[in-house]
Ligand binder design. Structure first.
Ligand SMILES: Nc1ncnc2c1ncn2[C@@H]1O[C@H](COP(=O)(O)OP(=O)(O)OP(=O)(O)O)[C@@H](O)[C@H]1O
Length: 234
């Protein structure tokens, strides 16, 4: 589904990604593990078009999207849940969800929001609450639900467990596993939480200084001594 070839990107004249290549098959979950500052967020931002690529190709279902605007990539099926969640604090839960809707001439905004709320009972009971009044975990769930209102086929998740209490991390994991199993969504997830990434991913890419330096199976993540270069110290 996603083919990334020799991707280069950076900020101004500072290169950050230098020749990243990988594939994500349909219905596959690919984890990305790496220390702070290694380029994980930049990779996701480049895939969704918030950072321009300077070289390389990004193909979604064999269509080149690397030079499209962010808006067009989202329309093509790329869903992005950024680090820090980017909830609109002054809009209600329901209004935040509406912001994620993408007009396609087929689906109605009301139905898209209703369908998503049916899958997120935790949000359904607080639809009129301001986004800024939610807990970090609720905001993360809202950011994910908002993204789903745009009917993505590929989800890009940037550190979905960051700063979230364990019980909600568990809930987010179950939601994502459900989305993957029942809806067949492909997912690229950047994480530092090894348990989370192990339970969710089919395989895990290791990133160091803007290049992919290896790949491990989720089972191998149990052997953290092997991964010292890629994870934050506990
Ligand atoms: N807007 C920016 N302008 C200039 N440099 C940036 C910008 N954003 C990130 N960088 C630099 O790019 C490099 C990669 O950052 P990036 O956020 O992609 O790393 P990361 O692996 O996601 O780390 P973290 O886990 O801390 O988010 C870092 O050296 C960072 O300082």
């Amino acid at each position: 589904m996603l083919k990334v070839d020799n991707l280069h990107a950076g900020y101004g004249r500072i290169p950050v990604l230098s020749g990243i290549s990988f594939r994500v098959a349909e219905h596959e979950v690919v984890g990305v593990l790496g220390h702070n500052g290694m380029g994980k967020t930049t990779l996701l931002k480049t895939l969704v078009g918030q950072v321009p690529l300077t070289r390389g190709k990004i193909r979604l279902d064999d269509v080149e999207i690397g030079n499209l605007s962010s808006f067009r990539r989202v329309r093509a099926g790329v869903g992005y849940v950024p680090q820090g969640r980017a909830i609109f604090p002054n809009l209600t839960v329901s209004e935040n969800l509406r912001m994620g809707f993408i007009e396609d001439g087929i689906h109605s905004e009301d139905n898209a929001v209703k369908d998503v709320l049916a899958r997120f009972p935790r949000l359904d009971s607080i639809v009129d609450r301001a986004g800024g009044a939610l807990s970090g975990g609720e905001q993360q769930i809202l950011a994910l639900a908002r993204c789903l209102c745009g009917r993505p086929k590929l989800l890009l998740l940037d550190e979905p467990t960051e700063g979230i209490q364990p019980s909600i991390v568990e809930e987010i994991l179950e939601i994502l596993i459900g989305l993957h199993r029942h809806q067949g969504l492909a997912i690229v997830v950047v994480e530092q939480n090894l348990d989370f990434i192990r339970h969710l991913s089919d395989r895990v890419l290791l990133i160091e200084k803007g290049t992919i330096t290896g790949e491990v199976s989720p089972e191998a993540l149990g052997e953290t001594h092997e991964l010292g270069a890629y994870v934050a110290a506990e």
